[in-house]
Design a protein around this ligand. Structure first.
Ligand code: PLP
Length: 408
């Protein structure tokens, strides 16, 4: 047996089936119209954001990084619950514009912004988190050509990182942001060129479960932001402090305790340096807001034995849930939380391998998981599917097509 991750709070058994907010998995399937599907819970997302706000000082604003999950009905829900939205492409900008989100609530980070993307963002009043000096000069030229004042911030590549984070994005050479020692000169250039100065963006990593690591990173971010602002002789109207708040995916992961993070931030707020005194302060979060609120459900189409092991072969797989297969930024594959959704109240009796329908050995959803006996036709649930599921999986692979999605 290999352990599976912890099933997130909010899921329950109802008439023997997995249920969420009183909706049984068979009802979810009826609403989705087919398997495989992703179901996302409105109430779990709203609750998560309310709890987050209760833990953080009131002054801290919350952005949602839409790459975690850009399903339109979910975006519509969440855009009313957060203060701003972070995008990383012109395609994501279009998704928000289709929903009527005001461009002034949006900030755009990410390397390789093309001229057409810069133009669409500047025209819409989106804040650009500049990733390089070259991008800054292209943005200024485009703004001049279309007669708009661009809203510009600088993304900093800091000299430190978020410790214990799943994906390191700060410290040393990076394609992201401008090296800290070159930031003051770039600030002077864009401010002197007459942009609407929007401050700094300092992102240091993802998927941290340690409050201490986040507290340390935030202290470093505030100190660095002040130093850069002083060197450039500007105040900061806004500081995006990144995020990195993680969720438990695997056996042994403990949920992040946000109360100490909130307490440390409260202390900082009482002693903010002059450069930050009027700054709007943001955290930007993806998986923390939506990851645990989603479940991926797939149907068993075959049950077979090979060399003494049992395989449950499903109609889903890594083309929808790449992360659960262990092929999205993990070094060692470990089991996500999984369950037999159609027998959610039954006792586990056997070790099974749950695989997808793709013709590749990479397509595994669970290895040697200890689960109730399941037959062809039963439903498998893979939890922690609300972030980096549908939006981060190769759904065109092998012509299998995308999963359905529903918000419940
Ligand atoms: C991906 C990303 C996020 C969201 O990361 P999560 O781990 O999902 O919270 C936030 N900010 C930036 C700059 C990102 O690239």
């Amino acid at each position: 047996m290999k352990p599976t991750g912890p099933i997130p709070a909010g899921f329950e058994a109802l008439d023997g089936e997995l249920a969420l907010g009183g909706v049984r998995v068979s009802e979810m399937e009826a609403r989705a119209g087919r398997t495989p599907f992703f179901a996302y819970s409105k109430s779990l997302i709203a609750q998560r954001i309310a709890d987050l706000r209760a833990s953080l000082p009131q002054r801290i604003k919350v952005n949602y990084a839409i790459k975690a999950n850009s399903y339109a009905p979910l975006l519509e829900l969440i855009s009313d619950l957060v203060d701003g939205l972070d995008i990383a492409s012109g395609g994501e900008l279009q998704m928000l514009q289709d929903l009527g989100v005001d461009g002034r609530r949006i900030s755009f980070a990410g390397p390789g912004k093309r001229d057409a993307e810069l133009e669409a963002a500047i025209a819409a009043g989106v804040t650009l988190n500049l990733e390089s000096e070259n991008e800054a000069s292209r943005a200024l030229a485009i703004a001049e050509r279309i007669g708009k004042t661009p809203r510009l911030a600088v993304r900093v590549n800091p000299d430190f990182e978020l410790k214990g984070s799943g994906m390191k994005m700060g410290g040393g050479a990076k394609p992201f942001g401008v090296d800290a020692d070159r930031v003051p000169a770039l600030i002077r250039t864009i401010v002197d060129a007459g942009c609407e100065w929007r401050g700094l963006h300092i992102f240091t990593g993802s998927q941290a479960l340690s409050a201490d690591a986040i507290i340390e990173a935030q202290a470093n971010i505030l100190a660095l932001a002040d130093r850069l602002a002083q060197e450039a002789d500007v105040a900061l109207p806004k500081l995006n402090m990144g995020g990195g708040f993680g969720i438990p995916y695997f056996h042994g992961d403990e949920p992040l305790d946000l109360d100490p993070v909130g307490e440390a931030l409260s202390k900082h707020l009482q002693t903010l340096p002059k450069s930050l005194q009027d700054a709007e302060l943001f955290v930007e979060l993806g998986r923390y807001l939506v990851g645990e609120a989603g479940v991926y459900v797939t149907r068993i189409v075959d049950r077979k034995e090979s060399h003494g092991q049992t395989y449950l072969v499903t109609d889903g797989g890594l083309h929808h849930q790449l992360a659960a297969s262990g092929n999205f930024g993990t070094v060692v594959r470990r089991n996500y939380p999984v369950a037999i959704a159609s027998r959610f109240d039954e006792e586990p009796t056997e070790d099974v391998n749950i695989v997808g329908c793709l013709c590749t050995p990479l397509d595994r959803l669970a290895d040697k998981a200890f689960l109730p006996r399941a037959e062809v036709g039963d439903l498998v649930a893979v939890f922690c599917a609300g972030a980096y599921g549908a939006s981060a999986s190769p759904s065109a692979f092998l012509g299998q097509g995308p999963a359905a999605e529903v918000l419940i």
